[in-house]
Design a protein around this ligand. Structure first.
Ligand SMILES: [Zn+2]
Length: 270
């Protein structure tokens, strides 16, 4: 699943192609992707220009002339920017026909992604974005500490809760715990304010590094996908050997998600 850095890379890449292009028409092949009434969605977006693309957590926000729509890629969602005569792929579900003869296609093998209209001025205060916690970049230690210091849930679980902190998914949650030398099973309530500040700092560092690598390895046309992720050097997630102690990486499940950590280097706090 694309996490904050991948979505940021998609955003930056898409901006190179679709900004200032007008949406002439929209072909909705698989309507369930769109959470609104399909006709309303189409009528709201056609003849509008894509003026900007924002990102909030893992959501993209396409800002048009007088409306916006949010797009969540979920597991496998991708945007492709192609010529109109390019054969339609069976996983292309929504096709935006742009006024330069190109198409922006939403492609999703799993069909879990969703697109929804929001207001242009106030989208951060509307669902689904209003339920998100701050991104690590905007999080404050006191606020995050208040939210988690009574939670007995494992810290890894808490990192995945988008209403507490937005943008982190399974891969970067594993990497953040590894970078902190923190056992992912540590109850959130065990973290002192100092550890919470460290959690924010390490999260920012890891996400920023990933954005930087995504940004440098993804170039124009391969940019359509989200292969930036695979360029990032992961230290714990899906790894077998700890790069610090050369011991084995353990795999357990937390919140049903594959959790990789080094039992030697990652300790419970307190
Ligand atoms: Zn180790």
């Amino acid at each position: 699943m694309p996490e904050l850095p991948e979505v940021e890379t998609v955003r930056n890449t898409l901006k190179n192609f679709v900004l200032n292009k007008k949406i002439e028409s929209i072909d909705v092949i698989y309507p369930k992707i769109i959470e609104d009434d399909v006709e309303t969605f189409v009528n709201s977006c056609i003849n509008q220009t894509i003026n900007d693309i924002d990102r909030v957590g893992k959501y993209l926000v396409f800002k048009l002339d007088n409306i916006a729509f949010v797009s969540h890629l979920r597991m496998e969602g991708k945007y492709h920017y192609v010529d109109r005569n390019e054969p339609v792929n069976k996983h292309d579900h929504i096709i935006f026909n742009l006024d330069n003869g190109k198409q922006l296609r939403y492609n999703d093998t799993r069909k879990f992604g969703r697109i929804k209209l929001v207001s242009l001025q106030n989208y951060r205060n509307e669902l689904p974005l209003s339920k998100l916690g701050p991104e690590p970049f905007d999080a404050t230690c006191n606020e995050l500490y208040e939210k988690i210091h009574k939670s007995k849930l494992p810290i890894k679980h808490v990192l995945l809760e988008q209403n507490i902190i937005a943008g982190i998914g399974n891969i970067y949650a594993n990497e953040i715990c590894f970078a902190m030398g923190l056992d992912p099973n540590t109850p959130a309530s065990n973290l002192t304010k100092k550890s919470v500040q460290e959690l924010i700092d390490v999260s920012c560092k890891i996400l920023n590094e990933a954005i930087k690598q995504g940004g440098t390895t993804i170039h124009s046309f391969s940019a359509n996908g989200i292969d930036g992720l695979f360029q990032v050097k992961l230290k714990a997630h899906m790894q077998k050997i700890c790069p610090i102690c050369n011991g084995p990486i353990s795999k357990i499940k937390i919140k049903g998600r594959g959790t990789y950590y080094c039992p030697h280097c990652q300790k419970r706090r307190r």
